[in-house]
Write a protein that binds this ligand. Structure first.
Ligand code: NAP
Length: 265
């Protein structure tokens, strides 16, 4: 039997990609979409969707969850609405798979408790790119042998935060196993401020921002007579779809909230 899915935010860059992915997987069925505009239309009435994409569009979440039987709810909207949607889905016993980023720790704790109370699976993953998660895991493995490491993350120039969440998470994972040391020459001096990057527990993180980039990261380890580079590149939003697909399968067997794709794979 196909896994029945509702997607919130189908017109967005991630939502559109997710809808196309769902129609391409024979185990999945798109039951409905949640969009704060376009209530009562079909997905095929909206720009950029094929004629056979006939899932109904709802603006009222309660009506949507009551009229449509679904197993999984995929949210790709905004932090404010994603949080409300996730709560509503858990209250209806529909398992959320959430890519929307920007939840507070308090909101995450509340959702964790609600998932536990309702015994309903939920996955919230700020990075669905499987390659990025593997890059972090490989970097942690390597750091046990190579304590000298620098992280270079590169993103589009519209990104507001630096370093990226992925770079920070990578540094934290490395920190768990790396022999603590301050890297570089003890007497090194910056003649241009910030040129050596940000200091995280003695290792350096560099953030590059350029138009044309999407999301990229290199983790470079140095040892006697050798370097090791672990690199991941997200070229476009298709890079996140295998992660969403995996989470849809995995959430079916969960009865609690899991945060982070690294805890799912
Ligand atoms: P986007 O292109 O701005 O799409 C967001 C969509 O949500 C828009 O179509 C928006 O409609 C719609 N929306 C807003 N409020 C809504 C509501 N109440 N009900 C239903 N739909 C609503 O953004 P995006 O790039 O697709 O990203 C979406 C989210 O995913 C963001 O939080 C982003 O940070 C996150 N993200 C996660 C990953 C990951 O790997 N987990 C990767 C990339 C992005 P209007 O435009 O009409 O307001």
């Amino acid at each position: 039997m196909a896994i029945k899915i509702i997607v919130a935010g189908p017109r967005g860059r991630m939502g559109k990609e997710a809808v196309h992915m769902i129609y391409g997987v024979s185990d999945f069925e798109l039951t409905a979409c949640l969009d704060h505009k376009n209530d009562g239309k079909k997905l095929s009435d909206l720009e950029g969707f094929q004629d056979n994409f006939n899932a109904p569009v709802y603006s009222d979440i309660e009506k949507c969850f009551t009229e449509q039987q679904a197993d999984v709810f995929v949210d790709l909207t905004t932090p404010e609405f994603g949080y409300k949607h996730t709560k509503a889905a858990l209250n209806h016993g529909i398992r959320p798979v959430v890519g929307t980023t920007g939840y507070t720790n308090e909101q995450l704790e509340e959702l964790k408790q609600l998932a536990r109370d309702k015994k309903t699976g939920c996955i919230i993953a700020p990075n669905f790119a499987i390659g990025a998660v593997l890059m972090m895991k490989f970097a942690k493995m390597a750091a046990a042998y190579f304590p000298d490491v620098e992280i270079i993350e590169k993103h589009h120039d519209q990104k507001l935060d630096a370093p990226s969440g992925t770079a920070k998470k990578t540094a934290e994972l490395i920190q768990e196993v790396r022999k603590r040391k301050k890297q570089g020459h003890p007497d090194e001096e910056e003649t241009i401020q910030g040129v050596r990057g940000g200091d995280f527990d003695g290792m350096r993180i560099h953030s590059m921002r350029l138009p044309g980039l999407v999301a990229h990261q290199e983790v470079v380890f140095g040892g006697a007579g050798q370097t090791l580079t672990i690199q991941h590149d997200s070229m476009n939003r298709a890079s996140f779809m295998d992660g969403i697909k995996e989470c849809v399968y995995q959430v079916m067997d969960l009865d609690e909230l899991i945060y982070g794709l690294e805890n799912v794979l």
